[in-house]
Design a protein around this ligand. Structure first.
Ligand code: AMP
Length: 215
């Protein structure tokens, strides 16, 4: 199973990637999470990435490609992987093909999760994350029992800096400006599957599993 999940920020890629990771026992590689960790650890790459992330812009390929390559080369990716948040442009898709063919683990299926823009804005602006365990909540449809407190571990909930309304719109505009060539690239290769990203998390998950198992 070598899966790429495509979709706008807020489309539920991260949630579905974590479920796929459990179902198929393969690692999830989220470029956004790797970058946030580098930022939290104050590494030189994290510092370089920060200015772009704060603005909701794409981090330059010179930073992202190296990070992804290092992660894909690790032993646990031999049996498969789920990449979420990458590629975000046709150029990144070409780089991913090069990287994975050198490593000997080419992408098998690309699932694009489709959600309308208004819904994406609503989801992202309501997203809250536990500072301690990373559990994700949503003020609109998955609130914690006590406001601002994680149900699982009691940690405080925070809003990602880039989940504020102005930044959300920039992130969506950037994704959408790159989406067409990216989707066409995988369509031409015959490995693209589109899945509706609205409805229950479980229903969407079942649809995604059915698509990846067809391969
Ligand atoms: P995400 O969690 O996927 O929404 O990513 C959060 C932020 O990390 C994005 O707004 C970008 O600044 C950066 N980022 C994540 N993945 C990539 C990528 N593939 N290329 C460039 N920047 C990225």
């Amino acid at each position: 199973m070598r899966i790429v999940l495509l979709g706008e920020p807020g489309s539920g890629k991260g949630t579905q990637a974590k479920k796929l990771m459990k179902r198929y026992s393969i690692p999830e590689i989220s470029t956004g999470e790797i970058l946030r960790k580098a930022l939290a650890d104050n590494t030189p790459l994290g510092k370089d990435a920060k200015v772009f992330m704060d603005r909701g812009e794409l981090v330059p390929d010179s930073i992202v490609l190296g990070m992804l390559h290092a992660r894909l080369k690790k032993e646990d990716c031999r049996k498969g992987y789920i990449i979420d948040g990458f590629p975000r442009s046709e150029a990144q898709a070409i780089s991913l093909d090069r990287m994975t063919s050198v490593i000997g683990s080419p992408v098998g299926v690309v699932v694009s999760i489709e959600v309308e823009r208004n819904e994406l804005v609503r989801r992202m602006s309501g997203r809250r994350i536990c500072v301690t365990c990373g559990q994700v909540y949503n003020l609109h449809f998955l609130p914690s029992k006590n406001e601002g407190v994680c149900d699982k571990c009691g940690g405080g909930l925070f809003q990602r800096d880039d989940d504020r309304e102005a930044t959300i719109r920039t992130r969506l505009d950037i994704y959408e400006s790159q989406k067409f060539p990216l989707v066409e690239y995988y369509k031409k290769k015959g490995i693209l599957r589109s899945v509706k990203g609205t409805g229950s998390v479980e229903d969407i998950f079942r649809t995604i599993c059915a698509e990846v198992e067809k391969r």
